[in-house]
Design a protein around this ligand. Sequence first.
Ligand SMILES: [Zn+2]
Length: 765
Amino acid sequence: MRRSLAPSQLCKSQKPSDTNEINDDDDEYENHSPQMYISPYRKPLQLLNRKKKDEKGFPKKLNRPKKPQRPQNQSHSEHESFIKSILSKPFKIPIVNYKGSCLSRGLGVRRQLLRQPLHDPFEEDALVLYHPPELSPHEVMKMDKSKIPVHVVVDPRLSKVLRPHQREGVKFLFDCVTGVRVKEQHGCIMADEMGLGKTLQCITLMWTLLKQGPDMTPIIEKAVVVSPSSLVKNWEKEVNKWLGGQVQTLAIDSGSKQEIDRNLDQFMSQHGRRVGLPILLISYETFRLHAKVLHKGKIGLVICDEGHRLKNCENQTYSALAKVNCKRRVLLSGTPIQNDLLEYFSLVHFVNEGLLGTANEFKKKFEFPILRGRDSSACDDHKKLGETKLKELVDLVNLCIIRRTSDILSKYLPVKTELIICCPLTTLQFELYNSFANKQEFICDSIQPTKKRKKNSEGVTSGGLTAITQLKKLCNHPALIYEKCLQQESGCEDMRKIFPSNFNPKLVQPELSGKMKLVDYLLAVTRTSTSDKFVLVSNYTQTLDLCEQLCRSRRYMFVRLDGSMTIKKRAKVVEKFNNPSSPEFVFMLSSKAGGCGLNLIGANRLVMFDPDWNPANDEQAMARVWRDGQKKPCFIYRLLGTGTIEEKIFQRQAHKKALSSCVVDQEEDVARHFSRDQLRDLFSPLRQDGTQSDTHDSLRCTRCVNRIQVRPPPPDADCNSDLTNWKHCYQSKDISDLVLRQIWKQTGATFAFTQVSHEEQRITV
Ligand SMILES: [Zn+2]
C-alpha cells in the first residue's frame, strides 16, 4: 500500500509507520531510474524521513552497481529521500471514493463495442485479405454496431517474410476459399513450381482463417492437411517453424489403428473455443483408412499436398476425400496439370464441385465438342465450336487455378554472374602433368592387350581412378602430390627431380599453381576494393588446407566447415560468418561435406576451385550464396586448368547435365562410364602451344573468329543456357566483373565463359 504525495496526503505519509513501506519498495530500487519519474514541470515535493532512513541502513545500497544517478550536489541522504519520494508515488485515485464514469474503460478490460481487426491494416507492409466496405456515417448509424465488419490482416510475423508472389498467392487462396472469386465455390488449385513456398502460403492461409474473420470470429475451427506420408513430418516442421508455439498440430504418420482412431475422434470432437489442436496433418493412406472418423463432423479447410494424386476420380482416396464435410478445399500440385481434359475435370471437381457440372455434363458440354474440334477431319464449324468451348473451359478453370514458375524467383534476387575461367598450368605443373600423363597413357595401352587383368567394366582400373585423382590434385597445386613423388609411388617415379631443389611443401607458394595464383589475386583485390566476402569450395580437404595456409599468410580471417562439426556448431559458425560486421572474410567448404541447406549469403563471391564429377554437387555448392536473402550481386568463379583433365571432367559434367536422368553420385560409378578412348583422351598430355580452352574448342563455336567473339550471345540467354550461348572472353576488356578484369593479365588466364542470371530489374510490390 502506498500513499499519495499530494499535499493533502503528505501529512499521512510522514507517520512513522510509513517507513515500512519504504522497505517494501527495496526491490524496485534497482530497476527504476528516478529520471523516469521526475516531471520536468515540478520539483520533488519534499524530502522525507531523512534520519530514519539512515538508521535503516539504506546507504549501503548505494554501493550497488546499478544505482541510478542522482542529481548533483545532493547529499547521499537527500538522494535517498528523493528516491523514496519517487518510489512512494501512489497509483491511487486522488479523489476519495471516486469511481469514475461508468462509460470509461478500465485498464485490461475489453471494450464491448470496440470492433477492430486483429492486426493493424494500415501498418506498412500489412497484407490485408479482406477490406470491409466503406460505409458513410449515416449507414454506420443505421447499422447494427455488432455487425460492422472488420479488416482481415495477415499476422505481421508472417506477412513480413512473404515474398511478393507469396502475398499474391495468399490473397488468391483467401479469395477462393471465402467464395469471392467464384460465387458459391470455395476451392482452388495452387500449382506453383517447387521452391515458390506453397507450404508457407498455405500455413499463412490456415493461420489467418483459424484466427480471424470479417465478423471478428475465426472463419474456421479446424484444418486438415493431407499429404504423402513422407511429407507429414515436413509439414509439422514447417508449421512449427512459422507459427512456433502458437498453435498445436496433430501429426499422424504412424501408430496403431485404435490409437489413430482415438486421436482423430478427439480432433473431430473439438468445437468452439476449446479447439486445442486445430491442425491435423495426415497422410493420404491414413486418411483413407480412417475416413469414417473424419467424415463424422465438419472441417473448416482441407489442404491436399501433391494433389495430382487426385486426378483420377475413381480411386478410393479420391472418394474418401471427396466425402469430407468441408467446402473449403485447396489442392497443391508442383507438376503442371497435364493437358488431359478428364484430369482437369477430376481435380477441379474435387475442389469446386459443380463448377464444371457433373461428369456427364462435362463430357457433353466440354469434352465432346473440344475433342471433336481437334479431330483432323473436323469441319470448320466443329473446329470453331471446339475452340470456343476450350476457351470457355480455360477461363472457367483459371478462376480457381494459380500457377507460377520458379523463374519469378530470380527476379527477386540480385544478378548472378557465372564465370568459368581457364587458368593455364604453371611451368612446374605443366612438366609434372605431362610426366604423369605420359605414364598413364602407357598404362592404359598396356592393359588393353591383356584382357585377363582385373579391371572395371569399361576400362578404368582402380589405378586409373587414383591417377585421375592425382592429376586433379596436381592441377590444384603441385604441393598436393609432392609426398607421392618423394615416395616414388606408382606413376610418380622420377618426378621429384622436376620440383625445384629447395621446394618446401610446408611453405604455401600460390605462384606455383595457376589456379591458386588467381585465387590469391582475387582475394586481395576484393579485400582491398570491396566489402565482399568469399566462399571457397574444393573437392579436396588438402586443397582447403593449402587455402587455409594462404589465408593465414595474408592475414585474412577465415572459417572452415568440416564434416566433423556438430549441427549446432555449424549453425553458429554460419550465423557468425553471415553477419556483415564479422571479420571472417573467407568461408571454406568441402563440396563433399555437402552443405546441403547451408545458407552462406554473407558472401557474394564463390570460388569453385575444382570441378566435381557430379554436376549436382557443384550446383548445390553454388546455390549457397545466390539464394533467398542475398542482397549483393553475386559472382561465381569456376576454375579449370586450361586443357587439363579438369576441362574434360567439366565437359562431361555439362553433358551429364543435359542427360539429367543419369546423374551419378559415386565417383567410382563415373569412372566406370569411360571407354578406353575417352580414357586415353582424359590422360592425353598437354601441348606446349596448347589451346585457350579445350571446352571452347569442343563447342566448334561460330561466334568467335581469331580469338575474338565477333557476335554476342543471344539476348535471352542465361546461366542455364548452353555454353555456346555464353559470352566468350579472351581479354580483360571482355570481362564484366571489375575484380577479375583488374587481375586478368597478371593471372595469365586464357579464356572465360561468362553469363548473367538475368538483367537487373528489381520489382517491388
Ligand atoms: Zn566462341
